[in-house]
Design a protein around this ligand. Structure first.
Ligand SMILES: NC(=O)c1ccc[n+]([C@@H]2O[C@H](COP(=O)([O-])OP(=O)(O)OC[C@H]3O[C@@H](n4cnc5c(N)ncnc54)[C@H](OP(=O)(O)O)[C@@H]3O)[C@@H](O)[C@H]2O)c1
Length: 292
């Protein structure tokens, strides 16, 4: 039985990955830091059969005993994504782990340049630090979560006002995958000894205009379509927000949108066919459930 250590298992994506691994019959160990606010999530995973081990990315200690694959779903600044994940990789290397799936789970960050996206810059820095490691590193790339793209902080869908706002020409294909489907694919990749990264998958590929139509179709609600400006105007808006930002959270959402609507971080080719047992949720189906 493959043993998988999940770091970040108390988080939104990490707990779903741990659950998907358990469903696929893996032995799961969750690395939970002592100060975690995710005690409830850890308890739920324990009830489902996961082993919970207290530790940190820097000191995972016995959490790595007998582990074949490490999946990281941590979130944070460079001290977590670069330094923390590198420390975990070094410890995993020493423990004889064969593969690490780092906390990427995004659009194709390898097609972006420094400065395009502050969070994805850190993830590429982590990969640079991983170079030469004696452990295979396999990224899972999923585009954007349906849940995030329809949330208010993305400034696209406003269910209260009944509007759908987009940048660009609205015709560029973008990749969308739900949190649960991203977790299912990640579990499949973790247990697929032949997978080598990056592995790219999408639950749906839609232009902004298609995205709008799918939400209307699925939810049965009408959303007034508003074009906010060109991709150049979006870049200017990002720079404007950056100049007055208290932190990256004030502009990073628009950087993700820019990477999608310019087509720069499009996932291609997609590897969905490698895991035909996973039937991902399309946007219209997601909206149907959401509207219930
Ligand atoms: N493609 C998309 O649309 C999309 C959207 C959102 C997120 N993501 C990606 O998905 C991944 C997971 O994000 P998420 O939203 O699930 O994150 P989240 O809910 O904020 O959870 C973060 C996890 O990281 C753990 N963590 C944070 N700092 C840590 C540290 N120093 N040491 C050990 N563990 C630490 C947290 O543990 P505690 O319980 O101890 O705090 C928690 O388990 C990230 O790579 C993120 O960028 C992608």
């Amino acid at each position: 039985m493959t043993k998988v250590l999940v770091a970040g298992a108390t988080g939104m994506l990490g707990r779903e990955i741990a659950g998907s691994l358990l469903r696929r019959g893996a032995q799961v160990c969750a690395l939970v830091r002592p100060e975690s606010a995710g005690a409830e999530a850890a308890r739920a995973l324990k009830e489902r059969g996961a082993e919970i081990v207290q530790g940190t990315l820097e000191r995972p200690d016995r959490a790595l005993d007998g582990v074949d694959v490490v999946v990281s779903a941590v979130q944070g600044g460079p001290e977590v994504v670069v330094d923390g994940q590198l420390a975990l990789l070094r410890a995993a290397e020493k423990a004889g782990v064969s593969r690490l799936i780092p906390s990427d789970f995004a659009v194709d960050l390898f097609r972006l340049d420094d400065g395009d996206n502050v969070f994805l810059d850190d993830r590429r820095k982590a990969h640079e630090a991983f170079t030469g490691a004696g452990i295979q590193v396999t990224s899972v790339l999923n585009g954007a979560f349906h849940e995030v793209m329809t949330a208010s902080f993305l400034e696209i869908v406003d269910w209260e006002k009944g509007t759908f706002s987009y940048w660009g020409d609205g015709d560029e294909p973008c990749d969308f995958t739900t949190v649960a489907d991203t977790a299912a694919y990640t579990a499949a990749v973790a247990l697929d000894a032949d997978a080598s990264g990056p592995v790219r998958m999408a639950g749906d590929v839609l232009s902004m205009k298609d995205f709008h139509a799918a939400l209307e179709r699925g939810s049965g609600r009408s959303l007034a379509l508003r074009r906010l400006g060109s991709t150049e105007e979006l870049a200017a808006e990002i720079e404007r927000r950056k100049s007055v930002a208290a932190g990256p959270a004030d502009y990073v959402a628009l950087q993700y949108v820019w990477a999608m609507v310019t087509g720069k971080a499009k996932l291609q080719p997609l590897d969905n066919d490698r895991y035909p047992d996973i039937r991902p949720t399309g946007m219209a189906e997601f909206a149907r459930r959401f509207a219930r």
